[in-house]
Design a protein around this ligand. Structure first.
Ligand code: C5P
Length: 232
């Protein structure tokens, strides 16, 4: 499995996204399309970016009854994305149904990864709002194990959790980690961050990087710096 840098293309329109990607000329970075862009532009933006030769992580975080998620995933599998995701809190039955829906008639499918507890959820809110009383890292590892048992490929997690996820679920279980910042960069609203180099050391398989690349004066140079710190 190849380590790679995934650029979070958190733009509001196809126009903005494509002019950002135009800057990369011959390079074809792995791109994350999230809810904002997908809800604004629909499947056409996925098809356009795919046509340009990029790999795509479609970050829509599905969470519904198993049958609905299965059917939704069957539609997404036709978009030929490389990676997509769901919430592990939908239960193993939902994750198994998702895998079934995502698998194409020829047996191939995009990678499927799970969100455990969102990094925006604190211990306090999890206890008060979700009535989950266990320590949050135990909850994260349990959800990761459920995702592995359901046959998923990995989880989205904080880079700080990536090492432990590998210890618990095996080194081939993929960790996709946002919350990455350059040592000399602005943290923005991210709290628990790591540099690409630290994320590499701790064993992240893919880092998801948004603003350190998209808001950089020279996005291509910032992307290349990420690649050389994380992959090279
Ligand atoms: O701009 P920045 O590098 O903070 O972007 C990180 C990307 O990863 C955003 O698209 C954000 O929604 C996503 N993400 C995150 N933390 C999570 C899950 C996803 O930052 N726990």
């Amino acid at each position: 499995m190849g380590k790679d840098v995934i650029i979070a293309c958190d733009f509001a329109s196809a126009e903005e996204t494509l002019s950002f990607l135009d800057k990369f000329e011959g390079k074809k970075p792995f791109v994350k399309i999230g809810m904002e862009l997908y809800y604004a532009e629909g499947p056409s933006i996925v098809k356009e970016i795919k046509k340009r030769g990029h790999k795509i992580f479609l970050d829509l975080k599905l969470h519904d009854i198993p049958n609905t998620v299965k059917k939704g995933m069957a539609v997404l599998s036709k978009l030929d994305v490389d990676m997509t995701n769901l919430h592990a809190s939908g239960t193993k039955a939902m994750m198994e149904a998702a895998l079934e829906g995502l698998t194409r008639p020829d047996g191939t499918r995009p990678m499927l990864i799970a969100v455990t507890q969102l990094t925006s959820t604190s211990q306090e809110r999890m206890e008060a709002d979700l009535l989950i009383k266990e320590p949050i890292d135990k909850v994260v590892m349990h959800y990761a194990s459920c995702a592995r048992d359901a046959g998923l490929d990995g989880v989205v997690c904080s880079p700080l959790e990536a090492g432990k996820v590998h210890d618990v679920c095996g080194k081939n279980f993929v960790t996709v980690t946002p919350g990455v910042r350059f040592a000399d960069g602005d943290k923005g609203d991210q709290v628990r961050v790591m540099t690409p180099e630290q994320a590499k050391k701790i064993g992240s398989d893919y880092i998801v990087v948004g603003r350190p690349i998209t808001a950089a004066p020279d996005p291509v140079a910032a992307y290349e710096r990420c690649i050389s710190e994380f992959v090279g």
